[in-house]
Design a binder for this molecule. Structure first.
Ligand code: ADP
Ligand code: MG
Length: 695
């Protein structure tokens, strides 16, 4: 249960004074639906509203605050003309301008002869100074609601700056005092304020420098996010280690039959990973292990070795892929090896219907089938196993912390091996999967030639068509990736449908061209993919559906159109689709010129290196500050104030801190532990709390 003290923060923003449903909807759009979301929305600017000395000294083009005397109001003569209010001080004149204002209101606001403080954008018009619709007008004799330094928040159409600022400030007022969860020494050493004070300071910048990600309050709040993320994962991990699992002790007999039949020798990294996985499976606690390896590093064979080890221990394995195409490909590529091991495998997909499906599932339930291939739907559909011992999940970026946790919670004590090709920068690795043990395939199979990577402006399309023709004549295959499916939704980007047509028209029957995209019905998609693997298609035009894992050894050319639209990691994944055989391969990045700086740097990085880990680090650096670590696809939790570039060192500090806390107080019952519990709820990393004894 969330602590009572946090309740006001998790209320809807409409509880704030002056925020009705309409404004609440707008605030939701820019900050989020709840008070706590407003707290986490940092100002992006600050306006200095301190009183300027004189009209003469004020700078046109800036926001100024002036004390003036109202000399005269000018009513407009024509219908459309604005109202003008002529003002002055000892040094000069200023005209306030109002469009569509009502005379009685103006008369009340600006009585002739009175003094007023006005604040707004000063403009120089025909040599005179003007201020149109001042942001603030105040009577100097009365208390003014105008802040000296006004924070500026991200806005959305229809949401006035003043409304947003008031809402944020009301949210800050609701922030309760909380017990400190950061180790005392750390706060002192870093000069960090407590949480409530940090929130207050975040929303009260005194100047531009307070907007930086490196101020103490901002660092403290970033630390809170990072620390709670890592703490949650450390708790999950700790709980799992304490719980009883099942020891799958293997004797290597099945694998011994298979390994000699492989057409290649395993890499050192594969050997090491297989050993790590087997040793982990043999332990009596549940295995939750990540196998991290770049595209083409040979993860599949490690999965097979694990499945055979499970079979040696008498248990079944489920191998799950994110798409049916991939599941099918895994099944097909491993079937012979599985048979050689004297085992049975099947593929279960959503498309199996009726009798056939029943027969398959019956085999799984009765235990005749040793290895079941399918999509992640195997989890949800009630596929019953006789004795499931191991689950292998391919491509973990669609398999986040919550799903991992669900496995632990269900009381399923099956061992879990998650495979990912998403290289994560070292700094972020713990935040993404600190609850898992990691095996790394950091060595590629030998004999791979690096993919020659060439960037060209789209204008060079003719050359590219010719290169495609040449590859096809050599009996090689080509992937052609476009960012969009149809011309209508393409927004100026190249559409796959059009490109497929153009290629078809260009080559005629000589070079068969296929099209595959995510909007196609599954069976149709599979049929096209199958045709490409069987080599009855030479060119496969596709959207990024081909990004994940599929394998066509004769594909040697990867064309990516509008490459400037793709992220670095994504381009790297796409490039990994080619160069999987022994023939030299090429990746052609077509871009719309002129290329922006970031896009240029991305393409340069790709040309320079083929190492997924280097690319991940550079991707992070290029995304840089400001782009919070939202990267949903890397499986990271959401960070709002933590910034991977600016806050690198905080990740290491938080990792140590979280581990220590869990060691000293695994149930979070000490005063600091209790405070940390509250923090887990405050930062919404509380899924792990229910694993605690008194959760
Ligand atoms: P990924 O890690 O991207 O899933 P795969 O397991 O699909 O990679 O392997 C890519 C290709 O490399 C496959 O054709 C596979 O047979 C081959 N392969 C795997 N291990 C080796 C190795 N040690 N030596 C040579 N080729 C290998
Ligand atoms: Mg793979």
């Amino acid at each position: 249960m969330r602590p009572e003290v946090l309740t006001p923060l998790f209320a809807d923003v409409s509880v704030l004074p002056g925020i009705g449903p309409r404004l609440a909807a707008l605030i939701t759009k820019t900050a989020g639906p709840r008070v706590v979301d407003l707290l986490a929305t940092a100002p992006t600017g600050v306006i200095d509203r301190r009183l300027s000395e004189t009209i003469e000294a004020a700078t046109p083009g800036t926001t100024v605050t002036l004390k003036v005397r109202i000399d005269r109001r000018e009513r407009p003569e024509g219908g459309r003309r604005p109202h003008k209010i002529l003002c002055s001080d000892e040094t000069g004149f200023l005209t306030l301008v109002y469009f569509h204002a009502k005379e009685p209101w103006l008369a009340a606001q600006f009585p002739e002869g009175a003094e007023r403080i006005v604040s707004g954008k000063l403009e120089s018009v025909y040599g005179g100074l003007q201020m149109a619709h001042p942001d603030y007008v105040a009577d100097p004799r009365e208390l003014c609601e105008m802040p000296e330094m006004e924070p500026v928040y991200p806005l959305t159409a229809g949401l006035a700056p003043k409304v947003m600022r008031k809402a944020a400030s009301a949210a800050v007022e609701r922030a309760p005092a909380l017990q400190e969860w950061i180790a005392k020494g750390l706060c002192e050493r870093e000069g960090w304020p407590g949480w409530r004070e940090a929130v207050r300071l975040l929303h009260a910048p005194r100047g531009q420098e307070d907007l930086s990600a490196r101020t103490p309050p901002r660092r403290r709040l970033a630390y809170d996010e990072i620390f709670t993320s890592l703490l949650a994962l450390a708790l999950i991990r700790n709980r799992r280690a304490a719980a009883k699992g099942r020891a799958l002790v293997s004797d290597g007999s099945r694998w011994a039959r298979v390994e000699p039949t492989l057409p290649f020798a395993l890499t050192g990294a594969q050997r090491r990973s297989i050993d790590e996985v087997r040793a982990d499976m043999a332990r009596p606690s549940q295995m939750v292990r990540l196998l991290q390896g770049d595209v083409g590093s040979g993860k599949t064979i490690v999965a097979l070795a694990a499945a055979l080890a499970a079979a040696e221990a008498g248990a079944q394995t489920a191998i799950m892929a994110p798409t049916e195409i991939l599941a099918r490909q895994h099944e097909e590529s491993l079937r012979d090896l599985i048979e050689a091991a004297g085992l049975q495998s099947i593929l279960v997909t959503g498309r199996d219907k009726g009798r056939e499906r029943e027969a398959k599932l019956a085999g799984v339930k009765a235990g005749y089938v040793d290895i079941v291939f399918g999509t992640h739907a195997l989890f949800s559909e009630d596929v019953a196993f006789d004795d499931l011992g191991l689950v292998v999940v391919d491509e973990q970026h669609r398999f986040g912390v919550r799903q991992r946790l669900a496995l632990t919670e269900k009381g399923t004590r099956t061992d879990l091996l998650v495979m990912t090709a998403t290289p994560i920068p070292r700094t972020l690795a713990l935040a993404a999967y600190g609850d898992m043990d990691v095996s790394r395939l950091d060595e590629k199979p030998p004999g791979r030639q690096p993919v020659a990577t060439i960037a060209k402006p789209t204008a060079a399309l003719d050359e590219v068509f010719e290169a495609v023709g040449r590859a096809a004549r050599r009996g090689e295959q080509v992937y052609w990736v476009c960012p969009r499916v149809e011309a209508e939704d393409a927004g100026g980007l190249v559409a796959a449908e059009e490109r497929a047509e153009a290629l078809g028209a260009y080559f005629g029957a000589r070079v068969p061209v296929g099209l595959v995209h995510g909007k196609m019905p599954g069976p149709e998609k599979d049929a096209v993919m199958a045709a490409f693997y069987e080599k009855s298609l030479s060119v496969l035009v596709a959207t990024t559906v081909i990004e994940v894992g599929v394998n066509a050894p004769d594909a040697t050319v990867m064309v990516i159109e509008n490459a400037e639209q793709f992220g670095l990691a994504q381009l790297h994944q796409l490039r990994g689709r080619v160069g999987r055989g022994s023939k030299p391969a090429t990746c052609l990045l077509l871009y719309k010129s002129p290329l922006g700086e970031t896009a240029k740097a991305r393409i340069e990085t790709l040309r320079r290196t083929d190492d997924g880990f280097v690319i991940a680090e550079e991707d992070l650096a290029l995304r840089g500050a400001g782009d919070a670590l939202g990267a949903a696809q890397s499986g990271l939790p959401r960070f709002r104030l933590a910034d991977a570039a600016a806050h690198q060192s905080l990740f290491d500090m938080a990792a140590d801190d979280a581990r220590l806390l869990v060691e000293e107080d695994p149930e979070l019952v000490t005063p600091r532990g209790q405070a940390a519990r509250t923090a887990l709820y405050l930062f919404e990393r509380d899924a792990a709390v229910k694993l605690l004894k008194s959760g």
